[in-house]
Design a protein around this ligand. Structure first.
Ligand code: IDP
Ligand code: MG
Length: 151
């Protein structure tokens, strides 16, 4: 097994549309463990840091104003291969191309309003987790259901 932690975030459109419960439940039902969760408004500086890799792209300014336009639900999830498992649950970046059964494929219409963020590598996961959470906010606990999820 390769237990990983990854950073997920219900974006402002997901919050505004009342889809936090729907989205979180998909990760929970899959078997991912909630390690941290925070309802927060992202400051412009944090948004620019988080999305630094996209600076200079055509959609960058609208991405920063979108992600800072309303609160987000930030979380750290843990599980075996959690980074790729969560990316698969999210679906492709463009919700119109995302497979049905995924969060973006089932719930979204536009790339610029695609409901959910998820780390794409161990390096970005570590960077993003530390950007949004202090170490003591990550809960270490035994989840009894794990005995019935992992063989
Ligand atoms: P990802 O969220 O699937 O990892 P990235 O390519 O890392 O996709 O892009 C980050 C975010 O920037 C996307 O989730 C989306 O909100 C926004 N974005 C990316 N490409 C476009 C675009 O062409 N138009 C508008 N927004 C975009
Ligand atoms: Mg990305």
């Amino acid at each position: 097994m390769a237990i990983e932690q990854t950073y997920l975030m219900v974006k402002p459109d997901g919050v505004q549309r009342g889809l936090c419960g729907e989205i979180v439940s998909r990760f929970e039902r899959k078997g991912l463990k909630i390690v941290a969760m925070k309802f927060t408004a992202i400051k412009k500086e944090t948004a620019e840091n988080h999305y630094g890799e996209h600076k200079g792209k055509g959609f960058y300014n609208s991405l920063i104003s979108y992600i800072t336009s309303a609160p987000v639900l930030a979380m750290v999830l843990e599980g075996d291969n959690a980074i790729s498992v969560c990316r698969n649950l999210m679906g492709k970046t463009n919700p119109q191309e995302a497979a049905l059964g995924t969060i973006r494929g089932d719930l979204g219409m536009m790339t610029g309003m695609n409901l959910i963020h998820g780390s794409d590598s161990p390096e970005s996961a570590a960077r993003e987790i530390s950007l949004f959470f202090r170490p003591e906010e990550l809960m270490i606990y035994k989840r009894t259901a794990d005995d019935w999820i992992y063989e």
